[in-house]
Design a protein around this ligand. Structure first.
Ligand SMILES: C[S@@+](CC[C@H](N)C(=O)[O-])C[C@H]1O[C@@H](n2cnc3c(N)ncnc32)[C@H](O)[C@@H]1O
Length: 447
């Protein structure tokens, strides 16, 4: 059995077995077609890219002085008071930018049990995104292991790990050591107890206790040099993963640079930096199409706080509300700029892909996992199971697919509202390259 197959079949054991899924045909076909049409529209909407490409061509990313001057001025603005701590203290933008707002937002998110999570309106989309992460992590861990001797250690940095939603994936991936970092200390505490529970459970298993070691770093990955905090700062990493979080660093150029340096500097040549972010082009295109700064549907809403016709390269702020999961300031990631910055730190661009394209690519390999992670909603539903989508058009694509295929069975799908939110996201992969050294001791990367 290949290691990828092992990962999948093991993961399956940890999710509740879905009932009656044997006859389920997993499909996002029609919803994906919708998205394809939308994506074609977006492909022609290149103005965002062209404008900003021009902008980035002027200042070199490393020249931050004028940028800093601009921010100093912005820091003098009164902070929006839209968040309160448990003690009732309002939290707004500070001289540290939005770091405190983001940290407070995540610290206040309740830890919900499986039962509670399964009642969410977006449970299938969340599971689907979890499936995407599982497939991505597995794909790159497999590549890393294929290039190593049998049983050679595999070390990973989970940057912005949150409550440790990927701990189990690292276990299934059979890694040796994990560094978990996050700005939200409460989330990191939850991550710690999840790991302890997992370790405790694994020690009771028959082959007992064989689980990766772990260290935690509470801090702002866009301002703190993580390497200095590692238990062994000379440690070489094989994989850095930053899931649903890298976009927070695009608040400013120095923050983006710091985050990329953190991602790159301890990676071995041949190691990978992988992540998932909202697609800035898609966000901008949707805002322009709506001809408004606010757009969305019943599961997600985006509100832009910047000029969508001329967004800045950094600090292009919007608020993202996703059915109670995320509701805090985020920043557009201008991808050509990311590629350029990454190159400076020895990271070669490998690929970026919309979730729906990655799904198409991986759906056969990940079919069983897709079912067992309950990543798609069954349509038509089984008796007495209400559909989660309540908008009249939420399942038209599924209906039409069944009609077109002449099928009477059941398929797995996402409601149109969830699909519209999910299709905003994309994944990215960079690879660390070998370097030579300059006479002044700085690394030179041939990218
Ligand atoms: C949407 S959650 C994703 C958590 C986790 N990666 C996952 O996929 O389940 C985003 C996480 O990024 C963290 N975060 C945001 N900005 C950060 C920063 N500058 N430094 C470290 N963590 C940050 C938040 O605290 C939060 O835990």
């Amino acid at each position: 059995m290949s290691s990828s197959a092992t990962l999948i079949s093991q993961d399956v054991e940890d999710y509740n077995e879905s009932e009656n899924t044997d006859d389920l045909e997993q499909t996002l076909v029609l919803a994906a077609q919708d998205a394809d049409a939308r994506s074609n529209e977006l492909q022609t909407d290149t103005s965002y890219r062209e404008e900003v490409e021009e902008e980035v061509a002027q200042p070199e990313p490393q020249s931050t002085s004028s940028y800093k001057a601009k921010r100093k001025h912005e820091d003098e603005e009164p902070a929006p008071k839209h968040l309160k701590t448990n003690e009732g203290q309002a939290v707004g933008r500070t001289s540290e930018g939005y770091a405190k707002v983001v940290a407070t937002h995540y610290n206040l998110l309740e830890e919900k049990g499986l039962d509670e999570r399964s009642k969410s309106r977006i449970v299938y989309m969340r599971n689907f995104h979890n499936w995407i992460k599982s497939m991505l992590i597995n794909e790159y861990l497999t590549k890393i292991k294929d290039g190593k001797k049998h049983n050679a250690p595999v070390r990973v940095l989970d940057m912005c790990c949150g409550k440790g939603g990927d701990l189990l994936k690292w276990r299934k991936g059979n890694i040796t050591h994990l560094i978990c970092s996050d700005i939200a200390s409460v989330s990191l505490d939850q991550c710690r107890s999840r790991y302890n529970d997992m370790k405790e459970r694994s020690s009771r298993e028959r082959n007992g206790g064989n689980i990766y070691s772990i260290e935690y770093i509470a801090g702002d990955c866009s301002r703190v040099r993580l390497r200095e905090k590692y238990t062994d700062p000379s440690m070489k990493l094989d994989l850095v993963s930053c899931q649903f979080a890298f976009h927070y660093s695009f608040e400013s150029l120095p923050q983006a640079e710091c985050m990329i340096r953190n991602a790159s500097e301890c990676l071995q040549p041949g190691g990978f930096f992988i992540g998932t972010i909202p697609d800035a082009n898609d966000l901008i295109a949707r805002a322009r199409r709506a001809d408004a700064n606010t757009f969305g549907n019943d599961v997600y809403q985006v509100h832009f706080d910047c000029d969508v016709n001329k967004p800045p390269l950094f600090g292009a702020k919007y608020n993202f509300h996703l059915d109670g999961v995320v509701d805090c300031p985020e920043f557009l990631v201008h991808f050509p700029t990311l590629i350029k910055l990454a190159r400076k730190y020895g990271l070669k661009f490998v690929k970026k892909e919309k979730f729906y394209d990655y799904y198409e690519q991986m759906k056969n390999e990940g079919r069983q996992l897709l079912i067992n992670m309950k990543s798609l909603e069954t349509y038509p539903p089984y008796d007495n199971t209400p559909l989660l989508g309540t908008d009249p058009g939420d399942y038209i694509h599924a209906e039409e697919f069944l009609k077109k295929e002449g099928k009477n069975g059941k398929i797995g799908t996402l409601s149109k509202s969830e699909w519209e939110a999910s299709s905003l996201y994309m994944l990215f992969v960079f690879e660390k390259v070998k370097n030579t050294w300059n006479t002044d001791g700085t690394p030179v990367y041939d990218i």
